[in-house]
Design a protein around this ligand. Structure first.
Ligand SMILES: NC(=O)c1ccc[n+]([C@@H]2O[C@H](COP(=O)([O-])OP(=O)(O)OC[C@H]3O[C@@H](n4cnc5c(N)ncnc54)[C@H](OP(=O)(O)O)[C@@H]3O)[C@@H](O)[C@H]2O)c1
Length: 174
């Protein structure tokens, strides 16, 4: 049974994706964010606090390298990997997206591979549009405007902390 079919049984459950994306679709370069926008990092932490999150193994390792284990102690974390020997304390390791517990809301936190696999199942996209064009090696999938409707946009100006202008945008599936 696909994650979508499982979710049909729980109609109020939302699958949300959250990502910071440059104007040319980049989300990362060499395993890191190619910009310094700490207000967006805080937005990501606030939105996912106490929630169930789904992350690819590569993204999980970048988060742990930056934040230690506080990320998983404040959230219920599913880590997707094909490596059956992978272990980590305080998270649930999954080898198949269909095994995600969709009886409650799920926040998909990346990275590129996971966004690509999950966008068809998502109900909402929390996109921070970073107003720059950058080189990168990892991308968010195209947001098809015939499928996604922008329901809110909160613009912010660059300042001494945040390197570029950025907008917090929420898209809902039409
Ligand atoms: N800008 C943003 O908002 C944002 C957000 C999140 C991440 N990022 C960046 O994105 C980069 C990582 O993205 P990525 O695309 O390289 O990797 P990723 O999506 O984080 O993780 C990919 C890994 O997930 C596992 N995986 C994927 N699909 C699977 C499936 N169907 N079943 C089982 N396991 C599966 C595999 O792990 P194994 O190799 O262990 O098998 C795969 O190598 C990082 O640089 C991170 O900083 C940016």
């Amino acid at each position: 049974m696909s994650i979508f079919e499982k979710r049909m049984a729980y109609t109020l459950v939302m699958i949300s994706m959250i990502a910071a994306v440059s104007e040319n679709g980049v989300i990362a370069r060499n395993g890191a964010l190619p910009w310094r926008v700490p207000t967006d990092v805080q937005y990501f932490l606030d939105k996912t606090l106490g929630k169930t999150v789904l992350t690819g193994r590569k993204t999980f390792e970048t988060i742990v390298a930056k934040r230690g284990s506080s990320f998983q102690s404040d959230r219920r974390v599913y880590v997707l990997t094909r490596d059956v020997s992978y272990t980590c304390s305080d998270v649930t390791i999954l080898h198949d997206i269909a095994d995600v517990d969709t009886t409650g809301d799920v926040w998909v936190v990346g990275g590129g591979e996971i966004y690509g696999e999950m966008i068809e199942d998502a109900d909402r996209l929390y996109i921070t549009e970073i107003h720059t064009v950058v080189d990168g090696d990892t991308y968010f999938p195209a947001i098809d405007k015939s499928v996604w409707h922008e329901i809110s946009r909160e613009p912010h100006k660059a300042d001494t902390q945040n390197e570029f202008d950025f907008d917090f945008i929420i898209y809902e599936r039409k």
